[in-house]
Write a protein that binds this ligand. Sequence first.
Ligand code: SF4
Length: 506
Amino acid sequence: MTEWTTESEYVLAFSAAHWTGAAPQPGAPTIAVEVDGTFESTPGEECGVFGVYAPGQDAAHIISFGLFALQHRGQESAGIAASDGQTITVFKDMGLVSQVFNETTLAALPGHLGIGHTRYSTSGSTVWENAQPAYRQVEHTGIALGHNGNLTNTVELATRIGDDASTTDSMLMLDAVAGAIHDGRSDGRQLERALTKVLPLLDGAFSLVVMDQGHLVGVRDPHGYRPLCLGSLPEGGWVLASETAALDLVGAAFVREIEAGEMVVIDAGGVRSQHPFADVDPRLCIFEFVYFARPDSNLYGQNVHGARQRMGRRLATEAPIEADVVVPVPESGIPAAQGFSAESNIPYADGLVKNRYVGRTFIEPTQMLRDRGIRLKLNPIPENLDGKRIVLVDDSIVRGTTTRQLVKMVREAGAVEVHLRISSPPYRWPCYYGMDTSDSSRLLAAQLSVDEIREFLDADSLAYLSLDGLEQAAGGENLGFCNACLSGSYPTPVGEQGDKFVLEKR
Ligand code: SF4
């Protein structure tokens, strides 16, 4: 059963039926259920954005493939807005890209221009109405927006524009743009002029794809916390994507990264670049290199997998240890373990197997399954661990619950020593720019010293990569990184709790 409206927030009744058996309602309950604590100890991912301007081609199909490549950045919802030059149609739903889109739904999204989004909620609840692209209609102009990042001045912005209804920073941003769209001119550039007015009012992290009926716009905030790149399609046209790996998947050639503080407008005239922000200070999130980005993506011209291997090499020189095998925590620890092994000449071995198909589930686990804990996601290979001194390598420790279970599991599989090596510094400060660890009381390293953490995790030794080592591995600090969660040094002012929590409590 499908009910469509175009050029307005649509309602797709069958989609909501997956979860509630009824049409989506404001304030509907959070639908994602974690199997266990396994996922609590990894940084929450953010969102993926994708945009296409491809005359004569089917944008929605291209976008759907781009979203598959960006699935790792958000698994809670997916959506596409497409335009045929006259009408914008939006389709979004809770779930994975493969659950949301099929030939039928894509066929209902005609047009050569569009944007797509995969969401992990770092602002606003995990409900259907907060899925993106978000859409507003202002007279004859439709505007759709997809956002990766978090604003840090949402309350101030809401007060300024008199918005007391938006439940996410992304919707607030869209409302601000919609409010600025009237300028008395009808030359087709209303959207870019509205953005030029609104963008300087925003603080925090925002990589955006925005569209009206005839234009695709890409924006990166003046610090460029979240990535965004431009590609060209072989049959003509342009692509915007959070990561270069998404360009590969749709056969687009990498053109360049959108610069921090840059806005690109893509239409029949080609690509126009504008710089609407007064001050630009590139601070790409260093955690994109550590964890968020796909290993086959490039950031700042560096391949992410190669950077992660260099982190492991540097870790081996900073924190050497005598051991028999280097074992990664799959999959996040694999490249760093490879680098550690190569640098230390300690053999690399797979000691843990990941069940790739667990992910987020909507099945409430029984107590028996909860008791199995981490084995739902990772299981040991005792033959590679028994009687051995293990260097266990992972990319980060956030809350430590998973790591503690892992150490226990590796010991139970016969390891005689477990030496933990972490390829990033201790994560001590909350992130307000798009990662979901926002409360320092939930960060292990904010509560305990390194030795206390080692004791809590029951490891024989524990060492983290230095911040300098991390930045060198990612290409050098001169490139410009945000490392606030590792250093406490925030590039922009943030409130004690950040604005993102306040928005929903108004
Ligand atoms: S605080 Fe940490 S996770 Fe957040 S943007 Fe900065 S480096 Fe990335």
